[in-house]
Design a protein around this ligand. Structure first.
Ligand code: GFB
Length: 400
């Protein structure tokens, strides 16, 4: 019963299907000598890029930890980036984008055994790839039944299931299993081993299982392996060098903000300041922490009228204001996802950073700054609402 995926692959290639190990486009193909099994996953459609990065880490760590315990027969298939809710430019509404457009995939592979979906199946393959069991995860109605949060799962007869495999029409599931789940991600092995002969399993709503150990050494090892792709780094560095006058890793020339607006501002009005409040908080932060700084870099998803107002108020305060506005060709090449990462890289190198409370976009910048060795006081700062309580950001310090 053990199907060697490569023999299946070679067979399918003759039908215009998978590429095989010997073909030119597949130099990096699956290792011939291994009988490996595949874990696919996907995340709730409205979730953004940086939350999805965190979900990836949970799975990558789950596999890396299993490998340490001698279970090295599983590979994680990276779900392509496809029509994300927050991506608005026409260029981004295109084909599914592989992880290599954003990350250095060789570096990801140095941490966990991962494969791009296009290394497993060609989008044009005629013969479908069959997932043995597709688990559709869902939350328990009451996570604190009897007053305690207990790790558990339970099969259930009903679930919502969209069946959209990133625009691939040639992926299908043999069996769909609906499961209520709460707890750490390693508990998914219990589900996987319910069907010991499965060779391809998939989890929908993979954002539901939690990290085994958030902030642990494995967490940081995984996070460090998530290096950005070289063209994105090069473009960000060029901007930092030319516009923000900095050639080093830790710049002293600018303060950066991540000013999250749009759905975030509507859904969490008690966490974000007004435009005037934003300017006041920047002024206080500069005066107290980096009094020589005159340049402010803004990373934001705000609409143009809000940006215009913020820029003009900051200029009135005597600051020079910078945003990374991609040229048409850069936008075509990097698309919304790449532009957002360039914004994050620029924020990561700033003398001082102020983020948005509870935004995973800001969290990823904070992590990058920890990896770069900045003093944590320059990193874990947030915008407060104009009035009302303002909880301090948690400090997740890098573990070497
Ligand atoms: O990354 P993300 O999960 O962060 O989603 P949050 C926000 C998306 O908005 C990013 C865009 O991936 C970008 O596409 N975006 C936000 C930005 N800020 C910037 C910016 O400064 N520059 C650029 N270029 N793009 C959560 C979402 O977002 O917010 C949830 O994951 C939900 O689905 C919640 O929408 C309200 O953690 O900030």
């Amino acid at each position: 019963f053990l199907i060697n995926l490569l023999s299946t692959a070679a067979e399918q290639n003759s039908n215009g299907g998978y590429c095989d190990a010997g073909s030119k486009t597949c130099d990096n193909q699956l290792e011939v000598t291994h009988d490996y099994k595949l874990i696919f996953y996907d995340v709730n459609p409205p979730e953004g890029f940086n939350l999805r990065r965190d979900v990836y880490m949970r799975f990558a760590i789950m596999l890396a930890e299993a490998k340490k315990r001698g279970r090295s027969d599983w590979r994680l298939v990276l779900p392509p980036w496809y029509n994300l809710y927050h991506w608005r430019s026409a260029h981004s509404k295109s084909d599914p984008q592989p992880w290599s457009e954003f990350f250095d995939v060789e570096s990801l592979k140095s941490f966990a055994q991962v494969l791009e979906l296009n290394e497993v199946i060609d989008k044009a393959a005629k013969k479908p790839l069959q997932i043995d069991t597709l688990y559709v995860l869902q939350n328990f109605e009451n996570p604190f039944e009897n007053g305690v949060f207990e790790e558990k799962w339970q099969l259930t007869s009903e679930c919502e299931y969209e069946g959209n495999y990133w625009g691939y029409n040639n992926i299908e599931a043999k069996e769909i299993v609906c499961v209520r789940f709460q707890g750490k991600i390693s508990k998914l092995w219990e589900l996987i081993y319910q069907h010991p002969s499965d060779r391809k399993v998939m989890f929908m709503h993979a954002e539901i299982p939690l990290h085994d150990n958030y902030g642990s050494k494995s967490y940081w090892d995984c996070r460090k392996s998530m290096k950005y792709s070289k063209p994105l780094i090069k473009t960000a560095k060029k901007f930092i060098n030319k516009k923000l006058d900095c050639k080093s890793e830790q710049c002293s020339t600018y303060l950066a903000i991540h000013w999250r607006r749009r759905d975030f501002a509507y859904s969490r009005p008690n966490d974000v300041p007004s435009i005037t409040g934003t300017v006041k908080q920047i002024r206080v932060a500069v005066d107290k922490n980096v009094p020589d700084v005159k340049k402010i870099f803004i990373a934001t998803d705000a609409d143009s009228s809000e940006i215009k107002e913020l820029k003009s108020k900051l200029k009135e305060e005597g600051y020079n204001v910078y945003l990374y506005n991609p040229s048409e060709s850069d936008l075509k090449e990097f698309k919304d996802g790449g532009v957002a990462i360039i914004d994050q890289i620029i924020c990561s190198h700033a003398a001082y950073f102020i983020g948005t409370h509870d935004s995973t976009f800001s969290f990823r910048i904070q992590e990058e700054r920890e990896i770069l060795g900045f003093d944590s006081n320059t990193t874990f700062n947030r915008f407060c609402p104009d009035s009302g309580p303002c909880e301090k950001p948690s400090r997740w310090k890098v573990i070497i």
